[in-house]
Structure formats: C-alpha cells, structure tokens
Design a protein around this ligand. Structure first.
Ligand code: PLP
Length: 387
C-alpha cells in the first residue's frame, strides 16, 4: 500500500547521512566523554565538533550551547531555571496563549508556586502584538517566553521586534524554536533571545536529543544535578551518538536549506491555493505568508478531524489534526481556539506538514483523495445536513 508522510511537524525521519555519521559512536568510538583516555577523548572531540557546528549555525559561541534530551527538556530548563534563578527580582512571567505544552505546563506549575503568568492573546493569524507585550511588562517581570514558530498553524512570530522590547527592559527572553531550527535561517543576536530551545528529531536528526542556547551571563538555576558535565549546567553522561547526529543534521540543513525552503514553499502554496478549489467551505488557519515553509493547516467545516485522519490513513496518507478527541479531553486545540475558531470549526482541522522527502506527486495524490474523503464524511454529517 502507498504510504505518504505529511506529518513532519510531529517528527522527521533520521536522514541516512545522519545515521551514517552516528554509527561509529555506538561501538568503535563508544567512550564516555568525561574519560581522560583515548576512548573518552574521541567522544569528547566529536561532541565539541557538533557544538561548534550548532553554535555557528545560530550565531552563538560554542560555550553557550548545552545539550539536552530534546525540546521538552530545553523548554523546562529555560523556564523553571530562569524563574528560580530570578525569583528574588520578581515573580511575573509573560508568554502567549499558543505555546507548546512543553512551555505552558512548566508555567502552570510555576503559577502554583506563586509566580504570576500573563498570557498574551494572538490575532486571527496567530500573531502576538508588540504593543500587547509592551503593556504587559511590569517592574516584576523576570521572563518572557514566546515561541518562534507555532507547531500547529506554522505562524512565525515577530521575535526580533518582541526581543527588542524585552531587552530594552533588561528582561530575560526565551523562545521555543523547535519548529524553526534547520528549516529557516535563525541567528540569536538578530532575535535578541537569551535562551533558545531546539530538538534534533524535528530537523532530520535522532529523537531524544536537543539543545538549549544560553546567552553568556544569563542566570539559570541548574535543572539536572549530578556530575559536572556541560560545565555543571546539565548532569548526565553525554549522549554522544545523539549529539553527533544533531551536528550532522545541522550540517545537512545548512547545505540544503535554501533549496528546501524554495521547494517546500512552492508545494505549500500549491495546497493553500488548490484545497479551497476542490473542497467548498474550508478556512486556512494561520497566516498566508508569515508561516513555516512546510506548514499547511485548514479547517474543513462540518466534519470531525479525527474521522478525516482515519479515512486518510486508510488511503496511506498520514496527517495530523488539532481536534484532540483523545481519552483525556474533548477540547479542540488551544491554538485553534485562540485564533478565534469556534469549537465546531476547530474540530475539523487538518494539518499537513511537508519535508525533505515530500514529492509533488504526493501533493497531487492528496488533492485527488481529500475531496473524496471529505465528501463521504460530509454526506454522513448531521452538521452538513442541517445547512
Ligand atoms: C516537538 C516540539 C517540542 C518538544 O520537543 P521534543 O524533542 O519532542 O521534546 C517543543 N516545542 C515545539 C514547538 C515542538 O514542536
């Protein structure tokens, strides 16, 4: 059966070249990077090479990079670490209503400990307003955390402008760039961020490894305590294979990025243009141009996202939806509600995310099958009938 992957925002395959770079570090070069002998030094050398590659890619210094277990740990470290390091200065934190749970859950946890959190709204495109940020800042504000690109609707925030406001006040600025890194050029000085989270499995590296950029001089309470790895900033034996994979993945992104942006943007815009031509009553979620090159998100009215996903899955097409009718909740995505969709429209959302191996023929297959799936589901939908 055909198998087409349109869920690159959830995770990407590990590029075979990344896999090849990692392979020697599982057996031949398996040393612990903290060991003084040749085995340890080989591992350490490879790790430092990855650190330099990543630092150069984001315009940082190698000593400003700490390797972590992924995006979630980087976000938790940034938020809990800075809140606790700065709590004598103040207890107020500003974020947005559309953050990933890896940011919003640690903030909820801090709120229970007496921190006060302001959630900035977004407009219908999912954009935070610079003026709203200005108004929200108080003398007690110690941290601002706003994501670079949204994982559901692909909206790119004006991080450089927001960063300017935050830094004029001398406040710590964190951004979750997990969706952006490797997909768009990004330099920490242009964005004026102090902390930046990233994760290798979102840019063709392995799962379970990521990094936190920590600008020199940023106060951060240590998150994982134990050995003195990463200059005491993150204990635990370094994940040599993962870190080598992360470095190799960065090198490939650097090499391919211009070409990939062009190709994916063209396919994205083809879907954005043609889906409304073949399916009536759809709404594009997110912004037409201020969005990730690989993200398409539509609400398809009168049907339920999960039924659509399952029908597409039976045709070998893997997409995603923001209608989480999972056991735990019947609430549609907080992002779709935040951009002003009603519950019904939010429930019918379809996220199509493209990547390195997406082919134009796959886009055409989707454009052929999706109207059939939607037609069938609408024919059964009491909502559609009532119209
Ligand atoms: C995937 C993702 C994360 C979590 O990263 P993991 O490496 O899977 O822990 C955090 N933030 C955003 C925006 C993401 O897309």
């Amino acid at each position: 059966m055909k198998k087409i992957y349109f869920d690159y925002a959830a995770t990407t395959p590990c590029d075979p070249q990344v896999l090849a770079a990692m392979e020697p570090y599982f057996f031949n070069k398996f040393g612990n990077a903290s060991s003084l002998h040749i085995y340890g030094q080989e591992a350490k050398g490879a790790i430092e090479e990855s650190r330099e590659k990543l630092a150069a890619f984001i315009g940082a210094k190698p000593e400003e990079i700490v390797f972590t277990s992924g995006g979630t740990e980087s976000d938790n470290y940034a938020i809990l670490g800075s809140a606790h390091a700065l709590e004598k200065k103040g207890n107020h934190i500003i974020t947005s209503v559309i953050e990933h749970h890896a940011v919003s859950e640690p903030l909820k946890f801090l709120a229970k400990q007496g921190f006060s959190v302001t959630y900035l709204p977004v407009n219908k495109f999912g954009l935070v307003a610079v003026d709203d940020l200005k108004k929200a800042i108080t003398p007690k504000t110690i941290l601002v955390s706003i994501m670079h690109a949204n994982n559901e609707i692909g909206t790119l925030q004006p991080i450089a402008e927001l960063g300017k406001v935050v830094k004029e006040k001398g406040i710590c600025f964190h951004s979750d760039a997990v969706q952006t890194l490797g997909h768009l050029p990004l330099k920490v000085d242009e964005l004026q961020v102090d902390l930046l989270s990233l994760s290798a499995h979102k840019f063709y590296g392995p799962k379970g490894v990521g990094a936190l950029y920590i600008r020199r001089g940023t106060r951060l309470e240590t998150f994982l305590r134990g050995g003195d790895q990463e200059k005491g900033r993150r204990a635990s034996t370094l994940n040599t294979t993962g870190i080598v994979g992360l470095g190799a993945a960065i090198a490939l992104c650097e090499k391919n990025m211009a070409k990939e942006i062009k190709f994916q943007t063209a396919l994205r815009d083809k879907l954005i243009k043609e889906i409304p031509l073949v399916i009536p009553e759809v709404v594009l979620n997110g912004h037409a141009t201020l969005r990730l090159p690989n993200n398409v998100n539509f609400s398809i009215k009168y049907i339920e996202g999960e039924s659509m996903l399952l029908s597409l899955d039976m045709l070998g097409i893997a997409c995603s939806t923001g209608s989480a009718c999972t056991s735990s909740s019947l609430e549609p995505s907080h992002v779709l509600l935040a951009i002003g969709l009603n519950h019904e429209t939010a429930h019918g959302s379809l996220r199509i995310t493209l990547g390195r191996w997406t082919k134009e023929s796959e886009i055409d297959y989707l454009l052929e099958k999706l109207p059939l799936v939607v037609g069938k589901l609408r024919a059964m939908s009491p909502l559609y009938e009532k119209k």
